[in-house]
Design a protein around this ligand. Structure first.
Ligand code: OOG
Ligand code: NI
Length: 453
């Protein structure tokens, strides 16, 4: 008898928990970060009962403690394409294209993530996945050497390859297969203390760019961080040193606001770890860190343009500032130009909202208007901001940079190449703005239907 398939959301949930357990045992400081985040979340909820009620009403308390994302970096098109098939087993699809080369990091990236509302609500775990761009290495000999090293490795176990193929044939995995899949998939992301190359090769690649050494010299794309959700990122940043962590200098993204937008992130800096190189020589490598995030509302194209413009303006004012409090003060001044009132954000169409009819609205159907603001005012519908589920290239570059050590590379200009990325991936990436717009539109259509319009 054939067994029923386990829902992909369930496989993703198990996988994210297994990944978290593995990373906590590999990087004990990450377990310390989780404790700190949990403590600050608890205190925040005690202090802010309105927030606690809102989270409870939206059924968010039970998943507050699950990680929101992680990140990996791969070296070849084949690796990326196979990852796409692996993540599809867990209902994670490539959304968004991020060019980091402009910021001096020779990669481009996407995020594999759940897409529909129910899947996001179950477990929103995503993986920010970067593809190394060997074509940006100047020295042809080094470029070829790196490509040859990558050619030699297989980052997937035979077991996971077989289960991915089986998933594609049968359209799912049963309980026992799913269990095996999680265990086998996890192997790809494990840390390896021994490099595949000798110390000289490592150093040559490292000199070209630290990131190249990180991708090329190991058996697989070790998970380089995981990221829980904090309800108060400023407080966690403040407390990190007391808890023995060395935070990056500043929090990335927008400043603290009454109506949070997009995404704020910070991390403790990557740890230096002992590595055994081929030929038995010892050395070290820094790659792995811990991050936290706090998400706000998704912005429309117009809202995003305003965000990007203000961030650009703040850049001159914050350049060289490595004191977070001062940095945040400058940001807050510049961002005073970004409306911080839900109704105004909605009326000016700067952010995306989800609409619902209230009971009074249903009772009043058919209503005499479909003017949104009028319906809201009369209590016939509600509007709730849609949470931003994606990433920000400038912030991502900041996270990369602070964890690759301070020797920064100048930008590789004019290198965004979404087509090449999609060719490597073997599929198009979904446009994130289209997803939010669709969600808003669908909710509005259903609301109008319920109101008899
Ligand atoms: C990824 C950095 C980007 C984020 O949260 O923006 C990232 C990396 O260091 O590989 O994870
Ligand atoms: Ni991250």
């Amino acid at each position: 008898m054939t067994q029923p398939h386990l829902p992909s959301d369930e496989i993703r949930d198990r996988f994210s928990k297994a990944m978290s357990a593995m990373y906590q045992s590999e990087v004990p400081q990450y377990a310390t970060l989780l404790e700190l985040v949990e403590q600050v979340n608890r205190e925040t909820l005690e202090r802010d009962s309105a927030l606690a009620e809102r989270l409870a009403a939206h059924d968010e308390l039970h998943r507050l403690g699950v990680e929101r994302h992680g990140a990996i970096r791969v070296g070849s098109a084949d690796e990326l394409a196979m990852l796409r098939r692996l993540f599809a087993v867990m209902g994670m699809y490539p959304v968004g294209y991020y060019d980091l080369s402009e910021a001096g990091v020779p990669v481009h990236a996407t995020a594999f993530r759940p897409v529909d509302d129910a899947a996001l609500a179950r477990n929103p775990f995503r993986l920010f996945t970067s593809l190394l761009r060997l074509e940006l290495i100047d020295d042809p000999a080094l470029r070829e050497r790196a490509a040859a090293i990558l050619e030699e490795r297989d980052i997937f176990t035979p077991g996971v390859r077989e289960l991915i193929a089986r998933h594609e044939q049968q359209g799912g995995l049963d309980e026992a297969q799913a269990e095996r899949f999680v265990a086998e998939a996890l192997e790809t992301f494990r840390w390896h203390k021994d490099a595949t190359v000798d110390l000289d090769t490592y150093q040559a690649l490292h000199e070209e760019h630290r990131l190249i050494a990180d991708v090329v010299c190991f058996r697989g794309p070790h998970i380089n961080h995981l990221t829980p959700r904090t309800l108060d990122i400023d407080e966690v940043q403040r407390r990190m040193p007391q808890a023995g962590m060395n935070p990056k200098a500043v929090i990335e993204g927008p400043p603290r606001r009454a109506c949070p937008i997009l995404l704020r992130q910070t991390s403790f800096k990557a740890l230096e770890e002992t590595i055994r190189f081929a030929g038995e020589r010892q050395g070290s490598h820094t790659a792995r860190f811990g991050e936290i995030e706090q998400r706000g509302m998704a912005l429309t194209a117009e809202g995003r343009a305003l965000y990007d413009r203000l961030l650009g303006e703040s850049r001159q004012r914050t350049a060289g500032l490595d004191d977070n409090a001062a940095h945040q003060r400058e940001l807050a001044e510049v961002f005073a130009a970004f409306p911080d009132d839900e109704a105004e954000l909605r009326r000016r169409e700067l952010a995306f909202f989800e609409y619902r009819p209230t009971q009074a609205g249903r009772d009043a159907a058919p209503v005499d208007t479909d003017d949104r603001e009028a319906l809201l005012e009369r209590g016939l519908i509600t509007a709730r901001p849609i949470t931003y589920e994606d990433f920000l290239p400038v912030s991502a570059a900041g996270i990369f940079r602070s964890n690759l050590g301070d020797g920064t590379h100048e930008g590789y200009t004019g290198n965004a190449n979404r087509e090449a990325f999609e060719a490597a991936l073997g599929a198009p990436v979904t446009d994130e703005l289209a997803l939010y717009a669709e969600r808003e539109k669908t909710s509005w259509r259903a609301t109008r239907d319920a109101l008899g319009r």
